[in-house]
Design a protein around this ligand. Sequence first.
Ligand SMILES: O=c1[nH]c(=O)c2ncn([C@@H]3O[C@H](COP(=O)(O)OP(=O)(O)OP(=O)(O)O)[C@@H](O)[C@H]3O)c2[nH]1
Ligand SMILES: [Mg+2]
Length: 201
Amino acid sequence: MNEMIIATKNPGKAKEFKTFFARYRINAVSLPELPREMDDIEETGTTFAENAALKAEQIAELLGKPVLADDSGLVIDALSGRPGIFSARYAGEPKDDMKNIHKVLRELQGVGAPERTARFVCVLAVAIPGEPTVFKKGYCEGKIAAEQAGSNGFGYDPIFIPDRYTKTMAELSHEEKNRISHRRHAIDQLEDWVRQYAVSN
Ligand SMILES: O=c1[nH]c(=O)c2ncn([C@@H]3O[C@H](COP(=O)(O)OP(=O)(O)OP(=O)(O)O)[C@@H](O)[C@H]3O)c2[nH]1
Ligand SMILES: [Mg+2]
């Protein structure tokens, strides 16, 4: 079976990519699954795209193979776009999804439902040694719930209600999230490239 290296250490992302790539009979392999340990890549960029490129290009260079990276996060309008690129570590180190959720809910205290608009953003970068990096972006629009609900997914899923739904992303099944998510929308735009990769490798 063909392989695609995904430059992530996030098990929630890795699980979603495995599902997406299985459609093309490609095995998505995340960094902790590689035989050699990869150092953390410092996400020093100021945009999702810069951080996705840093992750994809550094690992592609190291391995000499095509690598896909995802930089993503939650953009909340009432918080001037925070946590944005700082989503993973919004409440500080070490990264803690529950602390991040509590911080967001605290900051949104007193903000009414119509003002709780937000979106998940995902930028994918594909780095191929010797070629320019390719970028694709996906969004999922929604609102921040008053309290958390559900245990599926990861990150801020328990407080994110996608538009046209009454449940949080963490109350949706894995399949349903993967039909509507920002990551799915970004990967759909890479579809031609993935198909090509599947036949030529
Ligand atoms: O509820 C969520 N559902 C999602 O579908 C989702 N996608 C991203 N996020 C949040 O944004 C951070 C990414 O930051 P990020 O791109 O730097 O990834 P990361 O540091 O977790 O792993 P890596 O890929 O860098 O190794 C994550 O940790 C989460 O807090 C999500 N939250
Ligand atoms: Mg990260």
